[in-house]
Design a protein around this ligand. Structure first.
Ligand code: PEP
Ligand code: MN
Length: 283
């Protein structure tokens, strides 16, 4: 970022993430999927991997609708230690099975540097969650890994802090970083978070890294997700990370913000027109 630019009100020492390092914008390529190109990439799936049936049925549904990447947490950062924490290694095995059966790429959260090898063996893309955006030990370890990573914005982090967290990963030599805006805490309580749409053009201006948006955590309400997805693509997002569950009412986490497959499918149809209007593709 350009420290003289008044947009970023914080002096920054970032060297590798600022846009001038790659003025044309960088593309993160994972297998057959390119994030940051003309195509808007859809990543979709349940908040948490719960069972083989739950994951496979959701994976098949989101694939039919046009998703390229299956999301699903095996290690879940839950506010309460009594909430469902994820299936851990069994969840990772189910994700790998879903990849074999559908061809979808897998993005899943790594919560702790001690799990990095294990998660890397099963995932195609690592996810660093909002609560870990400034876990600098984890960021440094991921910097040494040769794995694409979706770095989610900390719920109370500024854009400058977000970019410097990404800088930790690039500094270690890993340039395959995708930034994810997922909403921030504000005084507003009617939504789980306030999806910061401002962040999309601001990040695009200041960094060459691809930018995706998670409207599920950004709002906390499934009914708002289609509108905010369209707004995100209109504002320049390179992709979306969306929670989808075949039975949201029975989900073990984040059911209230999860779309069912029918609503997800309808949303993708609506998104195509928005993508075209801003000179992007959504096959
Ligand atoms: C998630 O993607 O399920 C998740 C826990 O997201 P965040 O880290 O943005 O809260
Ligand atoms: Mn979730």
């Amino acid at each position: 970022m350009d420290p003289s630019d008044p947009d970023i009100a914080v002096e920054s020492s970032a060297r590798l993430v600022p846009r001038p390092a790659h003025p044309e914008g960088s593309v993160v390529t994972v297998g057959h999927v390119s994030i940051g190109g003309r195509e808007v990439i859809l990543m979709a799936g349940p908040c948490a991997v719960e069972s083989e049936e739950q994951l496979l049925s959701t994976a098949r549904a989101v694939l039919r609708s046009g998703a390229k990447v299956l999301r699903g947490g095996a290690f879940k950062p839950r506010t309460s230690p009594y909430s469902f924490q994820g299936l851990h290694e069994e969840g990772l095995r189910l994700l790998a099975q879903a990849r074999r059966e559908t061809g979808l790429l897998i993005v899943t959260e790594v919560m702790d540097a001690r799990h990095l090898d294990l998660v890397s063996r099963h995932a195609d893309i690592l996810q660093v969650g909002s609560r870990n955006m400034q876990n600098f030990t984890l960021l440094e370890e991921i910097g040494k890994a040769r794995m694409p990573v979706v770095l989610k914005r900390g719920m109370s982090s500024t854009i400058a802090e977000f970019l410097l967290a990404a800088e930790y990963i690039l500094k270690g030599g890993n340039t395959e970083v995708v930034l994810c805006e997922r909403g921030i805490r504000t005084f507003e309580t009617s939504t789980r978070n306030t999806l910061d749409l401002n962040a999309i053009p601001m990040l695009k201006r200041h960094t060459h890294l691809p930018v995706i948006v998670d409207p599920s955590h950004g709002t906390g309400h499934a009914w708002m997700v289609p509108q905010l997805s369209k707004a995100s693509v209109a504002a320049g997002a390179d992709g979306l990370l969306v929670e989808v569950h075949c039975h949201p009412e029975a989900a073990l986490s984040d059911g209230e913000q999860s779309l069912d497959p029918e609503r997800f499918d309808l949303m993708v149809r609506e998104l195509r027109a928005v993508a075209l209007a801003v000179d992007r593709e959504l096959p």
